[in-house]
Design a protein around this ligand. Structure first.
Ligand code: SF4
Length: 470
């Protein structure tokens, strides 16, 4: 068992037993579900919009090289710079070197999961550069020194009184737990940071090839400030974020907003196409785009799973997932949690360490039903499981169990004998009180669940009695 897998099992058990956390997540998801129901009803045809998004992203992924080159060419034509980062380290080193060369002392960042993926804050802070997360949720989790809980709502796991306590401890003099006042306090802190930072870092929801522009969508307007006030703007995005045309945003933006939060459209939608020109009074002097691969090309080369690159990071599959709802985002031990994280992380960080995540699913299919770009997430979870088994990464006991099952299920009489032995063992465990103890071979199941009463007769015996055949 990998270290990541052991940590996951321990954390998942702890979080699942944390009633308070589960209640907070339940309430958050309930609000989200109601908002999304209303949001979808605003579309003339939600299913047609999903289908269109799938087609746009499929076209982009199928011709990724072409669209990325077009995007790069147009960014450069407007005076921007493009850096192709093969690994997370290449990307964070590029940004940290750039900041060091330009004498940057503080950086303001808008929410970017890719910047989490490349551990940008660590790279910058190791050079003595102060980093300010300016999305309110990210600001809160940064103060708590923890990663985002959810890819869209990073502080979803916290109550307002917990946030008030945090602000009191870290910012001082906070005598309120009113959400509006807490937001105003954060705003005051961040205003100072915006005006003093020399570099702004943002993600990009989309890279628009025919414009050579990045498209960013936020509810707080912080990405606009990050990208316009400091003298250097760096946008970091996975290569899969490219889309062919500006007109595609007419579908993608409202669908992303609705699937992400239930809004008809997110409050601030911005297109940025380069540094400040001679005729513009403000904006950054330098504009850099970091295009991150970090395993995505491998995924692109995999005909079975390349559709995973269609993901627009709306977070809908996390909210729909009963496992995420039970254990939350931190237990996954990965930047991307929930169903998309369980599919993606083994590709980004290695099957050997993270194959267990694909087994943390009931395969109920709720994620695929809500995904706005129609990614067949349960299928990809199954493919990851198959790959893990083929690579010999599953525990010996599990492999032996399935080997026995395969051997028994291939023959009627063997199935009967194994079934009889299993029933006898289960009855014995119940009779002797071994069930749930360390001596119980099914302990990983029974330590938290009641073993159901074993019926007096097996299904086979009942069938024979009723139909007269085995
Ligand atoms: S897989 Fe689909 S539902 Fe999940 S985050 Fe990506 S786009 Fe949203």
């Amino acid at each position: 068992m990998s270290a990541a897998s052991e940590t996951f099992l321990r954390e998942a058990a702890e979080k699942a037993a944390d009633g308070e956390l589960r209640e907070i997540v339940r309430k958050g998801v309930e609000h989200y579900d109601a908002a999304v129901r209303r949001g979808r009803a605003r579309f003339l045809d939600w299913e047609a919009a999903r289908e269109r998004c799938r087609e746009i992203k499929r076209e982009a992924i199928d011709r990724l090289d072409l669209y990325l080159e077009e995007f790069e060419r147009r960014v450069k034509e407007r005076g921007g710079q493009v850096f192709w980062a093969e690994t997370a380290e290449d990307a964070s080193r590029y940004v940290a070197d750039l900041a060091a060369r330009a004498g940057v002392r503080s950086v303001v960042k808008s929410k970017s999961m890719v910047s989490e993926e490349i551990r940008l804050n660590v790279a910058l802070e190791s050079r003595g550069i102060k980093v300010w997360e300016t999305d309110l949720g990210e600001f809160i989790v940064q103060l708590r020194e923890e990663p985002p809980f959810h890819i869209v709502t990073p502080a979803m796991h916290l109550t307002r009184s917990q946030i008030a306590d945090l602000f009191r401890e870290k910012l001082g003099g906070v005598a309120t737990d009113d959400p509006g006042e807490l937001t105003a306090i954060a705003r005051r802190e961040l205003r100072r940071a915006f005006f003093s930072a020399e570099m702004g870092v943002t993600g990009a929801n989309f890279l628009v090839a025919d414009l050579g522009a990045i498209a960013i969508t936020t509810n707080e307007g912080n990405a606009r400030l990050c990208s316009s006030l400091p003298r250097i703007h760096v946008a970091i995005a996975g290569i899969e974020k490219v889309i062919p045309r500006a007109e595609d945003l007419a579908t993608l933006w409202p669908v992303l907003a609705t699937a992400g939060t239930g809004q008809p459209i997110t409050c601030y939608n911005t297109l940025i196409a380069g540094p400040r020109t001679a005729s513009e009074p403000d904006g950054p002097e330098e504009f850099h785009v970091v295009l991150l691969d970090n395993g995505r090309s491998r995924l692109l080369a995999d005909p079975e799973q390349r559709e995973v690159l269609r993901c627009i990071r709306c977070g809908a599959c996390l909210n729909a997932c009963p496992v995420f709802r039970t254990i939350g985002g931190h237990a996954y031990g990965a930047i991307y949690s929930g169903p998309i994280g369980s599919v993606l992380t083994p590709h980004l960080r290695g099957l050997g360490e993270f194959q267990h995540l694909s087994f943390a699913s009931s395969l109920c299919g709720a994620c695929a039903e809500v995904c706005p770009v129609k990614i067949d997430l349960p299928l990809h979870l199954l493919q990851n499981r198959r790959n893990a088994v083929a690579a010999g990464l599953r525990p010996t006991r599990e492999r032996a169990g399935f080997g026995l099952w395969q051997w028994a299920a291939a023959s009627g009489w063997r199935f009967g004998v194994v079934g009889w032995a299993a029933r006898a063992a289960a009855k014995m465990a119940q009779k002797t009180g071994l069930a749930g103890t360390v001596l119980d071979p099914a302990r990983s199941w029974t330590k938290r669940r009641e073993m159901p009463e074993i019926p007096a007769q097996s299904f086979r015996a009942l069938w024979r009695k009723k139909h007269g055949a085995g």
